[in-house]
Write a protein that binds this ligand. Structure first.
Ligand code: NAD
Length: 487
């Protein structure tokens, strides 16, 4: 379905608002408005809660096998429509087609497939106690809210809805107001696959709609992806009725390149972890620590490959591997960080400016930027930039780099490049981060739990444990003996 105006998706179909309030969505690669979106007003919000209640009653009464069968149909539809959905993601986010075509929809579908398969494995236990016994049931929570960021819109909607729905919950999802279409398309696919109306609703809007979700007393859980500061606000609001929370927040992750690493692979890891999705990835290794003995060699190959192999331009061009940043405002924020880097004395080796590629002259591009000779206390080494800006730092020994890598309040991801197996494991075990890679960077299969240490998050998405985060345990004690009482 193509929309000139995107509506909220409630109780199995698009629903018009009463307020008439709309907002624009801009294609970051052209700067043009591509469609308008209706804001969720009070009537939409009320309908979302009502439909989620109804959806929950029907969905949670099905067996896990029945739910799994339906979700598997949604997986087939997602894969069949890969290219159309990938194109929506390119238009909304500005990311390169060559990424969206093989990552965004695929990894979303993978998560639904994984949790659909896992759903029937959620079992309780039973135990005899003093001649009586108890058993436990794994029950869904009820209505869950999902709030998404703009960098992987469809994938985030899939990663949140997959365990929530597999466990028998209903979900009201609010995508980022900058990229609202992917989640709405997912809602249609769920309906087509046979998910009952009301089980997955999409509401549109900015912070105000998000806040409503986090304070509504009939919502049992909020799964949030976004910035640390927003996450803190969400948790505070969620405390009003003790909602369960999952928080997937920002990072300032380190990549440690030891002198025994394969340097070309280390350069690949650093480039993937800084320039993929034009640097708008939460797990990016924006602090690249390189051991002194290989520093020069690393820098030379890094700069040469960045100058020669990065192609910015119309993101729909399959040759393009660097897209546009999400908005003019975000582009300016990234450029401001680059200015701070220069002012604070980092050496700019390449990039450092906006780009206006011939095939997309009005897009919000920033050249892939490399700063060397960085110091730990520079702003660019402390704050999340969320753009294609890499800081390279030099180190001498293992213990020193572990301490420096951990010297941040964030703890989302970390990587080690080394051919010494013992060293790689020894070091990674000491890094304070929830998602770690050895001789790899960025891969995140549905089977692997992901989430942050410290200020980078709470709870996990994907992997076995995520299903449990959408279930609660009911204990049932059964008296087999005559009931004794002093009264
Ligand atoms: P953001 O925090 O500005 O917004 C995220 C979402 O929260 C949006 O849908 C927004 O409308 C909503 N929101 C804003 N204020 C709110 C409030 N007070 N209450 C409830 N909802 C509110 O983040 P963003 O700019 O969209 O995304 C970029 C950030 O997301 C980066 O920090 C990045 O690291 C992080 N991120 C983390 C992960 C992860 O898995 N850890 C993944 C992707 C992005």
């Amino acid at each position: 379905m193509s929309y000139s105006r995107l509506l909220n998706f409630i109780n199995g179909s698009p629903m018009a608002n009463s307020s008439g309030e709309v907002f624009d969505v801009i294609n970051p690669a052209t700067g043009e408005v591509i469609y308008q979106v209706e804001c969720a007003d009070q009537a939409i919000k009320d309908a979302a809660i009502q439909s989620a209640k109804t959806g929950f009653r029907v969905w949670s009464a099905m067996t896990a096998m029945e739910r799994a069968r339906i979700l598997h149909k949604a997986v087939v539809l997602l894969r069949e429509r890969n290219d159309a959905l990938a194109e929506i993601e390119v238009m909304d986010t500005g990311k390169p087609w060559q990424e969206a075509e093989c990552v965004d929809v695929v990894t979303g579908a993978d998560a639904i497939e994984y949790f659909a398969s896992l759903a029937p494995t959620a079992v309780g236990q039973q135990q005899e106690v003093a001649g009586d016994f108890y058993y436990t049931r794994k029950e869904p929570l009820g209505i869950c809210a999902g709030i998404g960021a703009w960098n992987y819109p469809l994938q985030i909607a899939c990663w949140k809805s997959a365990p929530a729905l597999a466990a028998g919950n209903a979900m009201i999802f609010k995508p980022s107001e900058e990229t609202p279409k992917g989640a709405t398309m997912l809602a249609e696919i769920f309906i087509e696959a046979g998910v009952p109306a009301g089980v997955f609703n999409v509401v549109h809007g900015a912070a105000e709609v998000g806040q409503w979700l986090t304070t509504h007393n009939e919502i049992e859980k909020v799964s949030f992806t976004g910035e640390v500061n927003t996450g803190m606000k969400v948790m505070q609001s969620a405390a009003s009725n003790l909602k369960d929370v999952t928080m997937e927040l920002g990072g300032k992750s380190p990549l440690l390149v030891f002198d025994d690493a394969d340097i070309s692979e280390a350069v690949s890891a650093a480039m993937l972890g800084n320039f993929y999705t034009q640097g708008e990835v939460c797990t990016n290794c924006t602090r690249v620590f390189v051991q002194r003995g290989v520093y020069q060699q690393f820098i030379e190959e890094l700069v040469a490959r960045t100058k020669n192999n990065v192609v910015a331009g119309d993101p729909m061009d399959p040759e393009v591997n660097l897209g546009a940043l999400i908005s003019a405002k975000h582009q300016q924020l990234v450029l401001d960080y680059i200015e701070k880097g220069k002012l604070e004395g980092a050496s700019l080796l390449t990039g450092g400016h906006a780009l206006s590629p011939q095939s997309a002259p009005n897009g919000y591009f920033v050249a892939p930027t490399i700063f060397a000779d960085c110091q730990d206390d520079m702003t660019i080494c402390r704050e999340e930039i969320f753009g294609p800006v890499m800081s390279v730092l030099v180190f001498d020994d293992e213990q020193e780099v572990i301490e420096r890598a951990n010297n941040t309040q964030l703890g989302l991801a970390a990587g080690v490049m080394s051919q010494d197996l013992r060293r790689a494991h020894r070091v990674i075990h000491q890094l304070e981060a929830g998602i770690c890679w050895i001789n790899a960077y960025g891969a995140s299969p549905a089977e692997m739990p992901v989430g942050g240490y410290k200020l980078s998050g709470i709870g996990r998405e994907n992997g076995l444990e995520a299903l449990n985060q959408y279930l609660q345990t009911k204990s049932i004690y059964v008296g087999m003996n005559k009931l004794e009482s002093p009264f």
